[in-house]
Design a protein around this ligand. Structure first.
Ligand SMILES: Cc1ncc(COP(=O)(O)O)c(C=O)c1O
Length: 443
């Protein structure tokens, strides 16, 4: 492969990447034969692991029938069956499904469905979406307007809506300099203050990840966070949109992240683990009453050409069957506990690990210069990238980000495929241990 001219492609990375040769289970091999354990499932997507023959068989079978049929011209079996399964296994009030092909599209669709609902009801003033700092909800302009992660937004700011934002419950670096529970969850109460500042009649929804994925790194909110959020949304008649693009389909040890709390979302955005990287697929789920109101005016004025095509849905159907029948959600909970214990063991030995956090197999390490003061490393040292590079040398793939609004601080996500077993968990921790040793030497 080395002779191929790579100049035509460009990505965010400045590094020369190896070519992928093959992937199976939780391992990947480059074209030089080096093996890597994928401890972040790509971008926290490949939940059922790589090289699953059953998916290849489903694709071959579906290919004999049809790859594509346009959704306004034909209904297709896999789309209808998958919608049925999603409704059956999600919260009882989530009984309608709308397909897209990725996470950003799912978030955009949730925003537009919400907006069209209020417009149809004669509440056309409601167009503001409140979200959090920091956060990541996608790269398209609507989803980016909800996102707060400076390095991804700054060049595009003049092009996007300026929506109000409230602080995320990032207790490790509380913006109010308070401690939970004495803080009375000021960050959750900020939702009400912000709604009142903006005028409740102008606010459409609050958009939030149940457990923060990339932007802060596996951040689990305090236990009573969502009860305050739910109550506030209800009080002002605004929707709660849960972005489950990363947390859905077993990732956090529950089938959906919202199951960790008594919280009822009006709209849920899904993608990533929905087809586990085998095909582009995403969707939103919502209540009958919202869809009925939108359909009254002739339908949802929104959609994408590839959405709900038979091949994507056939793959999604099989992936979801595997997740359920092989108890991958339960494995995520069990292996997540074991992996977290392993990471805690590393925390005891490496002062640079400031915090280990997360649930199920969505875990993260925050890295700090001084554990007592929580002082981050100087941003220019890019310690998150350094650890990722050292892990790469050890044959371990992890996912680096910066928790202080994308500008500074260092964390890495540790989120292997949900099929990971005990031996592999130990091996991940061993390789990470060796990578941390290398980092210590370099700092
Ligand atoms: C929570 C969340 N929402 C939305 C997205 C955007 O998904 P996509 O990259 O498929 O557009 C991501 C991607 O990482 C995500 O983590």
């Amino acid at each position: 492969m080395e002779q191929l001219n790579r100049e035509f492609l460009f990505y965010q990375t400045r590094k020369k990447l190896p070519f992928i040769q093959r992937a199976e289970g939780i391992s990947m091999w480059d074209d030089a034969g080096k093996e890597y354990m994928d401890a972040c499932s790509g971008a926290v997507i490949c939940n059922i692991g790589y090289g699953d023959r059953r998916i290849a068989d489903v694709i071959a079978e579906q290919a004999q029938e049809t790859f594509f049929a346009y959704r306004t011209q034909f209904e297709n079996g896999p789309a209808v069956q998958l919608a049925g399964d999603l409704v059956k296994y999600s919260a009882p009030h989530l009984n309608r499904v709308f397909y897209v092909s990725g996470g950003s599209e799912a978030v955009e669709s949730a925003m537009k469905l919400c907006r069209q609902y209020f417009y149809n009801r004669g509440e056309g003033s409601r167009y503001l979406f409140i979200s959090r700092v920091p956060s990541y909800h996608g790269s398209t302009l609507g989803a980016l307007a909800l996102t707060s992660y400076a390095s991804l937004e700054i060049p595009f700011r003049p092009m996007i809506q300026t929506y109000p934002k409230i602080p995320a419950p990032y207790c490790y670096r509380c913006v109010y300099h308070k401690e939970y529970p004495q803080c009375d969850l000021e960050c959750a109460r900020a939702l009400e203050t912000t709604i009142l500042e903006q005028g409740p009649q102008n606010v459409a929804a609050f958009v939030v990840e149940p457990i923060v994925g990339a932007s802060i790194g596996a951040l689990v909110p305090p236990e009573d966070y969502f009860s305050i959020i739910q109550e506030t949304c209800g009080k002002y008649g605004i929707f709660l949109i849960l972005d489950e693009v990363m947390t859905g389909f077993g990732r956090t040890g529950k089938l959906f992240g919202y199951e960790h709390w008594d919280v009822e979302a009006d709209i849920v955005a899904l993608s990533k683990g929905m087809a586990s990287g085998y095909y582009p697929l995403g969707g939103i789920m919502t209540r009958n009453s919202i869809v009925d109101e939108v359909m009254r005016s002739g339908g949802f004025g929104h959609g994408h050409t590839y959405a709900g095509n038979p091949m994507a849905c056939a793959v999604g159907l099989e992936v979801f069957r595997i997740v359920r029948e092989e108890h991958l959600t339960e494995n995520s909970a069990g292996m997540g506990r074991l992996l977290k214990a392993g990471l805690k063991g590393l925390e005891e030995r490496y002062g640079m690990i400031g915090q280990v956090r997360g649930k199920g197999l969505l875990l993260a390490l925050e890295l700090v210069r001084d554990r007592d003061t929580r002082e981050p490393f100087p941003a220019e040292k890019e310690v998150n990238l350094l650890l990722t590079d050292m892990a790469w040398e050890e044959g371990l793939i992890i996912y680096p980000r910066r928790p202080i609004n994308g500008l500074s601080g260092d964390h890495v996500l540790i989120a292997p495929p949900l099929i990971v077993n005990e031996d592999q968990v130990h091996e991940i921790v061993d390789r990470l241990d060796r990578a941390l040793k290398r980092v210590m030497k370099k700092l």
